[in-house]
Design a protein around this ligand. Structure first.
Ligand SMILES: C[S@@+](CC[C@H](N)C(=O)[O-])C[C@H]1O[C@@H](n2cnc3c(N)ncnc32)[C@H](O)[C@@H]1O
Length: 263
């Protein structure tokens, strides 16, 4: 067997299924929109992302899974038009509110999911997907990004897994396979005849310890889905034995920054 025999797109799909990280419904992100609305502003992550971009010859940008506009908004003054695509209507409201606050009139929101028909999504000079590639079919997502880009594509995807909440997930009793990380993307692109550049961004954002048990339970449910009564009881017992201290803020998040030029 050689690497040519490996279908990385299929491997990714099987890994995503086995990791049981089924994509969240838009309502799950709606609920986080107001919390995220201001967090992205001038974050070091956004600065690091933007510093790695080349806008030469670019007038338009499509920001896929744009959230509150973390990448698209700071760039809008240098472009004619920025399109923010997201399936969460509350995220798009946050995008519009942030654009209005900055006096930007060249932002357009597109209410769409990765999985929807994109035939009317405009082709743009630059296409970006920042921390938004948690999809079930990565090959389809990459084909879509590539097909909408005239000049360059930039995306970030997780590196490995991020151990957080100091053992709480183990306490619940579930064995979690880490979700598929960026290495699949590099290999899928290679199979598409695309040889991307690769860099890394370390995000300064660390999880603060949960304020109380309810917050911890909410966070764990965000990662694992709804907990059973028994799982909740195990988590409660763990929390009561050793409530996470101020020092336990988890590891920094590492993102692979993957980019390619259109020929
Ligand atoms: C972690 S946030 C990233 C937001 C922003 N790009 C950033 O880097 O700060 C993920 C975003 O992807 C969006 N998203 C998740 N799954 C999606 C899907 N299937 N289709 C479209 N957008 C999706 C969410 O609504 C959310 O706004």
């Amino acid at each position: 067997m050689t690497i040519i025999d490996i279908d990385f797109g299929r491997l990714y799909r099987e890994h995503a299924l086995a990791a049981a990280r089924t994509p969240k419904p838009a309502t799950a992100w709606d609920a986080r929109a107001s919390e995220m609305q201001h967090r992205g502003r001038q974050s070091r992550y956004a600065e690091a992302f933007i510093a790695r971009m080349d806008l030469t010859g670019a007038a338009t940008l499509l920001d896929v899974g744009c959230g509150p506009g973390t990448i698209g908004l700071p760039l809008a003054a240098r472009l004619e038009r920025v399109y923010g695509l997201d399936y969460s209507s509350a995220m798009l409201d946050a995008l519009r509110a942030n654009a209005a606050e900055r006096g930007l009139a060249n932002i357009e929101a597109i209410h769409r999911a990765w999985e929807d028909d994109w035939s009317d999504v405009p082709v743009c000079d630059i296409v970006v997907a920042s921390r938004s590639t948690n999809v079930q079919d990565m090959t389809a997502a990459l084909v879509k990004l590539d097909s909408k880009a005239r000049r360059r594509v930039y995306l970030t995807h997780r590196v490995g897994d991020r151990p957080f909440d100091g053992g709480a997930i183990e306490a619940v009793g579930r064995k979690l396979l880490p979700p598929p990380d960026y290495i699949y993307i590099v290999n899928i692109l290679h199979g598409m005849g695309i040889h991307p550049r690769l860099d890394y961004i370390e995000s300064e954002y660390r999880l603060a310890p949960p304020a109380d048990f309810e917050e911890l339970a909410r966070r764990i449910a965000w990662s694992l889905g709804e907990l059973t009564r028994e799982e909740l009881a195990r988590l409660r017992a763990w929390y009561d034995r050793s409530p996470p201290g101020a020092g336990e803020t988890g590891a920094p998040m590492r993102w692979a920054f993957i980019s390619w030029e259109k020929l």
